[in-house]
Design a protein around this ligand. Structure first.
Ligand code: PRP
Ligand code: ADE
Length: 179
């Protein structure tokens, strides 16, 4: 079985959660499967190595489940992109829309080093709003986004288009592509 099909057989679809019309991808069965989780992290390591990443940014909360083990495996700093009001000190903030609401995320200014290479990691890209907001924070601070790594891409929502601009196509990894 290829990795996409293996992961699809573990992740559960939950219809109408958290609101009518959404099919929620429940990754909790994957988190309970250390063998499959190690395969996921190994795939992400391969992608991050090629991009010569220097920092791993995980997006609260489910992005932490993948970003932190990836950073540890690569011996790189892990940076938490958190929902508004959770991080102490000086933060850089950006607002965004979700498939089911709106929110705002922040990164500590002290974690953003001018010119360094950052990889953004999350479990799901849906509309792309969250990852785009995270990318905006990094870039407006003078640091460099070199790519995005997702476990699941809900490709029919076209989030990828929001991350790409006409001048530069960011490398985007998704281990599971839902069309
Ligand atoms: O591409 P988008 O439309 O922006 O959606 C993707 C985001 O939505 C989910 O997070 P959520 O805000 O539900 O928070 P959680 O990870 O804490 O559950 C998911 O983990 C991504 O971060
Ligand atoms: N359909 C979905 N399932 C799981 N996480 C999500 N985040 C945004 N949309 C989602």
């Amino acid at each position: 079985m290829n990795i996409q099909n293996e992961l699809l057989s573990i992740i559960q679809d939950v219809p109408n959660f958290p609101k009518e019309g959404v099919i929620f991808k429940d990754i909790n069965p994957l988190l309970r499967d250390p063998v499959a989780m190690k395969k996921v992290i190994a795939e992400m390591v391969g992608f991050a190595r090629e991009l010569q990443v220097q920092n791993i940014v995980g997006i609260e909360s489910r992005g932490f489940f993948f970003g932190l083990p990836l950073a540890l495996q690569m011996n790189l700093p892990f940076i938490a992109a958190r929902k508004k009001g959770k991080l102490p000190g000086i933060v850089v903030n950006e607002s965004y829309n979700l498939e089911y609401g709106s929110d705002s995320i922040e990164i500590q200014k002290s974690a953003l080093n001018i010119g360094e290479r950052y990889l953004i990691v999350d479990d799901v890209i849906a509309t792309g709003g969250t990852a785009k907001a995270c990318s905006n924070i990094i870039e407006k601070s003078g640091a460099q986004v070199v790519g995005f790594s997702f476990l699941i891409e809900l490709a029919f929502l076209r989030g990828r288009d929001l991350l790409q601009n006409s001048a530069y196509k960011f490398p985007i990894q998704s281990l599971i592509n839902i069309t």
